[in-house]
Write a new protein. Structure first.
Length: 68
């Protein structure tokens, strides 16, 4: 009986995305790297939270995270 092939996790994707217990793929919001002084505190609070990946991209992300 041949061995089952193990799939490798895409390490870049593993650092950027998380999968919730219900199966949703979450990502951090963009816009938190530089020019932070010009951004309002309200906006910065919003940028702290994660957001669900768009369904059109979720399938690609799942393929990169086979064991998540």
């Amino acid at each position: 009986m041949p061995k089952k092939i193990k799939r490798k996790t895409h390490r870049g994707a593993a650092k950027r995305f998380t999968v919730t217990s219900t199966g949703k793929v979450m990502r951090p919001r963009s816009g938190r790297r530089h020019l932070l002084g010009a951004k309002a505190p309200n906006r910065m609070r919003r940028l702290r939270k994660s957001i669900v990946v768009h369904p059109a991209d979720a399938a690609n992300v799942r393929a990169m995270l086979p064991y998540a």
